[in-house]
Design a protein around this ligand. Structure first.
Ligand SMILES: *[C@@H]1O[C@H](CO)[C@@H](O)[C@H](O)[C@H]1NC(C)=O
Ligand SMILES: *[C@@H]1O[C@H](CO)[C@@H](O)[C@H](O)[C@H]1NC(C)=O
Ligand SMILES: *[C@@H]1O[C@H](CO)[C@@H](O)[C@H](O)[C@H]1NC(C)=O
Ligand SMILES: *[C@@H]1O[C@H](CO)[C@@H](O)[C@H](O)[C@H]1NC(C)=O
Length: 290
């Protein structure tokens, strides 16, 4: 009798484990690739996958990963999962080789609801070019201090040494703090919260970041692009780890944008073991001798 019960127990346990094993097979349901970039949590290309703060953000077009926010579309050059950052390229951004005026650049501004999740890093400098004297950047000038400063060893004094300035005429560089607003003003994102060229009344911008622990030599060596830090709350991070460690994929429901753990054939509000555990408990209770 006891022997019979053991065999039943084992076969039932196997039946219970079977869907669990199946769900493990779906563990990478939300991971995807675009060109040579891996798109993983909190990002995703499929809607319903990833963290809701990053929904409708990334698009893969002909193997080029595009990042779309309210200020425009950018090409994603890199996603650094270890440092929680994304590097973006705006084709209308000035670099050391070309200066593009005419306010075609995107700048950088995100939707209000997305603001907690995406912020350019503290070591990223925005070089605002050709801003008018009426720009809010210079309000109170010359009495008040300008927000312009060097960021992470990068600033306008050095940027003026770029060959691109000679293309647009050196006289543009003439303006100094004494006579009017400077032709270039370097700021950290934190000090202005949004790089909106039309609102700031600027004609162009450049953006660079410095990954090296040491100062790099000259603006020709800077890395041009926008380095954005992405963040998810710690509780959401541990929620996802628990989900993935039980074979699930982190996602959210499309109605309320609440986080979900997708377990292959079903969705859990916690992780993929919970449901199986409940089934197991119900099954064991059903076996209690009456
Ligand atoms: C991805 O490909 C681009 C060129 O298309 C290259 O510049 C970049 O270094 C590659 N990135 C990785 C991580 O291999
Ligand atoms: C930039 O500023 C302009 C004018 O103030 C405004 O109409 C536009 O919506 C802003 N763009 C973004 C992306 O916030
Ligand atoms: C920025 O750094 C340069 C040297 O690279 C220096 O000449 C300049 O005074 C600094 N500017 C500010 C605002 O600190
Ligand atoms: C689980 O949630 C995802 C994302 O909202 C949805 O696409 C999928 O249909 C759901 N699956 C089930 C079995 O309900």
């Amino acid at each position: 009798m006891a022997h019979h019960f053991t065999i039943l127990t084992i076969s039932h346990a196997l039946l219970l484990l079977f869907p669990l094993a199946l769900s493990y097979g779906h563990s990478n349901a939300c991971r995807s690739y675009c060109g040579n970039l891996t798109i993983d949590h909190p990002f995703a290309l499929r809607s319903g996958c990833g963290h809701p703060g990053f929904r409708d953000l990334l698009f893969c077009i002909n193997d080029v990963l595009m990042f779309h926010i309210s200020s425009g579309s950018y090409r994603v050059l890199d996603i650094d999962y270890a440092y929680h950052s994304v590097t973006l390229h705006d084709p209308h951004m000035s670099t050391c080789d070309t200066i593009e005026l005419g306010s075609h650049g995107n700048g950088f501004a995100v939707e209000k609801w997305r603001a907690p999740y995406l912020n350019p890093t503290a070591d990223n400098v925005f070089l605002l070019l050709g801003c008018s004297a009426q720009s809010s950047l210079f309000q109170g000038f010359p009495g008040k201090h300008l927000p312009c400063r060097n960021v992470s060893g990068m600033g306008c004094e050095e940027y003026y040494r770029c060959p691109a300035w000679s293309q647009i005429g050196l006289n543009r560089v003439g303006a100094t703090y004494g006579t009017g607003p400077p032709e270039c003003c370097a700021v950290q994102f934190e000090s202005i919260k949004a790089v909106n060229l039309s609102r700031l009344d600027c004609q162009g911008y450049s953006s660079a970041y410095n990954l090296a622990p040491l100062r790099v030599d000259g603006p020709g060596q800077w890395s041009y692009g926008i380095r954005v830090r992405y963040s998810v709350q710690a509780n959401s991070d541990s929620y996802c780890k628990a989900c993935e460690s039980t074979g699930g994929s982190c996602g959210y429901d499309l109605d309320g944008f609440n986080e979900l753990c997708m377990c292959g054939t079903w969705n859990s509000t916690s992780n993929c073991d919970t449901g199986n555990l409940i089934k197991l408990v119900i099954w064991i209770m059903g076996f209690q001798p009456g």
